[in-house]
Design a protein around this ligand. Structure first.
Ligand code: HEC
Length: 118
């Protein structure tokens, strides 16, 4: 997937080189591309899921459960545990202060199901 994104970005760049003549406009174009690419990335379920895990889970785990700090590398291997804790036993996010919005719930679940279907 990351490979595909790189190809996408690269091809956008190649096309833009063709259509631009000055360095300045190329620079401006690169900035626009970056914005597109980051918009595209945040649409991508693992990226969204990581943002949620980082904002709603890591904030606390960093202090209270240091063995389970979610990263983009380890999150897939913990998807089952996350599913169990958040959706089955409903123990996480722990306490009353941190809640998942219904959108976050959907997004986290869609990432989990994308892994389970793999
Ligand atoms: C306010 C603190 C806090 C928040 C927020 C929080 N956790 Fe936890 N979590 C803990 C603590 C403390 C433990 C270890 C003790 C326990 O299991 O209750 C833990 C344990 C876990 C475990 C392992 C449980 C087991 O027994 O295997 C998982 C998985 C987990 N959390 C997932 C999450 C996810 C996913 C979120 C966010 C949606 C989250 N947690 C949010 C404090 C938190």
């Amino acid at each position: 997937m990351i490979f595909l994104i790189k190809i996408l970005i690269l091809s956008i760049r190649i096309f833009s080189v063709d259509s631009m003549d000055t360095y300045e406009s190329l620079e401006a174009n690169n900035k626009i591309n970056e914005r597109y690419a980051s918009g595209f990335l945040s649409q991508y379920p693992p990226e969204k899921a990581f943002q949620i895990l980082d904002a709603k889970c890591n904030v606390c785990h960093r202090r209270k459960n240091k063995n389970r700090i979610f990263t983009k590398v380890n999150m897939n291997t913990w998807a089952n545990d996350i599913y169990e804790q958040v959706y089955v036993r409903k123990r996480m996010p722990k306490g009353n202060k941190i809640r998942l919005s219904s959108l976050e719930n959907q997004e986290l679940l869609s990432w989990i199901s994308s892994i389970k279907n793999d």
